[in-house]
Ligand binder design. Structure first.
Ligand SMILES: [Zn+2]
Length: 241
């Protein structure tokens, strides 16, 4: 049976949820940077306390990133605004034009959006999201061609989703992997890391020794890619206990 309660650890209020799981997970969630720990049923409070203390630096960085994100003004999708693609910053240039909407690189710092006259911020946001989705979808066949033989997985079903708290997710029974749409905004190595991480989960569900051994063999630099992602304000912890 699951039960949740609050603990104060190093001055931080932490929600501790006991579950029938093998590994301890720490998550920091937007918008306020709430900290939640999912702990195995048999792990005692002292072990939970130590696990949180050992991750304080990471927890504080995540919270700081959320606070900064909070202070950012909402996106308006107007000319001059910055948006990211594959880890690079682009300014968007909105050109109103009749006919089909489109987005294209003007050069390596500017993205031009051709939008129907009168398209509001919501419509322009949809256009950009759709473009991001198409860009990410176009990468998947090449990435699978590269990584499936290395990981040793056959033809998974890879889908794209907007996820609030995860970079990726998977369902081993269905052989299905979800990638967060946000990954197309990150450096390419981060996208590859999450895809490989989820592909490895199709073979090994838990973040155990076997999982780490496969990751180390297939993608020896994965820890540095994880660091890059952890600096970005989207919380998912992959800590093992
Ligand atoms: Zn995982």
């Amino acid at each position: 049976m699951d039960s949740a309660r609050q603990m104060v650890i190093a001055g931080i209020s932490v929600e501790v949820l006991r579950k029938d799981i093998k590994n301890l997970h720490v998550g920091v969630y937007p918008p306020a940077g709430r900290v939640r720990v999912a702990a195995p049923l048999l792990l005692d409070d002292e072990a939970v306390r130590l696990a949180v203390i050992s991750r304080l630096g990471w927890i504080r960085r995540q919270q700081a990133a959320f606070h900064q994100q909070e202070r950012q003004s909402p996106r308006e999708y107007v000319s001059g605004e910055s948006h990211y693609f594959r880890g690079r910053r682009y300014r968007i240039e909105v050109v109103e034009r009749r006919g089909p909407a489109s987005i294209a690189f003007r050069n390596n710092t500017v993205l031009t959006m051709h939008a129907p006259p009168g398209a509001d911020a919501e419509r322009r946001a949809e256009l950009l999201d759709l473009w991001y989705r198409n860009q990410l979808r176009a990468e998947i066949p090449g990435l699978l061609h590269k990584w499936l033989p290395k990981v040793g997985v056959l033809a998974p079903d890879v889908r794209i989703k907007k996820l609030k708290t995860l970079w990726g997710s998977c369902n081993p029974e269905a052989g299905r992997v979800w990638l967060n749409l946000e990954l197309i905004k990150k450096p390419y190595s981060c996208l590859e890391f999450i895809l490989v991480h989820e592909l490895v989960h199709l073979i090994e569900r838990h973040h155990n020794e076997r999982f780490l051994a496969i990751m180390d063999r297939v993608m020896p630099s994965w820890r540095s890619y994880r660091e890059d992602l952890n600096r970005a304000p989207l919380a998912h912890s992959e800590w093992d206990y």
